[in-house]
Design a protein around this ligand. Structure first.
Ligand SMILES: [Zn+2]
Ligand SMILES: [Zn+2]
Length: 166
């Protein structure tokens, strides 16, 4: 086994008429630090299958991993699992192929631009910073001034519709 588990000998695969491998990779080592606050977490499970074509090797792979990233509303770090698949072809002219690049790319495509710790996350109180998922705070909800102004702009009919009928 070579040092890089994602490097393969093309001639070997051709002689064997294909190859199937299951790999368990260190996510942080493969993906490195990210510019965002997201962190690659744990292991990446990779199932890769090479088949030999007329003059290319076809790689079909599936990977499963997880990102750890802060919630958009409450900033608490949480885990987001993903599963992805990829397909790539390599010419026989290559002696060795390194599939790390395309595995990395597939994992990065699964990094969401933002994430919520749960769909109904209540977020942080804008006044005291309490995580409202943990407990309610005693701050009074206050409507920001611009909403107040917007409401005054509404036509009388809209206002009527918006107000509960008694
Ligand atoms: Zn949250
Ligand atoms: Zn508060």
């Amino acid at each position: 086994m070579s040092e890089n588990p994602l490097r393969f000998d093309v001639q070997d695969i051709r002689e064997q008429g294909g190859l199937s491998v299951s790999l368990d990779l260190d996510a942080e080592r493969l993906l490195g630090p990210q510019k965002e606050l997201a962190v690659p977490e744990g292991r990446i499970r990779l199932e890769a299958e090479f088949s030999v074509g007329g003059n290319t090797l076809l790689l079909q792979a599936r990977l499963q991993g997880a990102w750890k990233l802060p919630c958009r509303r409450c900033l608490v770090e949480h885990r987001r699992e993903y599963a992805a698949s990829l397909e790539e072809t390599y010419p026989f002219t290559e002696e060795h192929i390194d599939i790390a690049g395309c595995v990395r790319e597939a994992a990065l495509l699964e990094l969401p631009p933002w994430s919520l710790c749960r769909p109904d996350c209540r977020g942080l109180c804008p006044k005291c910073g309490t995580n409202l998922n943990d407990r309610p705070c005693s701050c009074k909800p206050e409507e920001p001034a611009q909403f107040e102004a917007l409401r005054k702009l509404k036509t009388p009919k809209e206002k009527q519709d918006a107000e509960p009928k008694t």
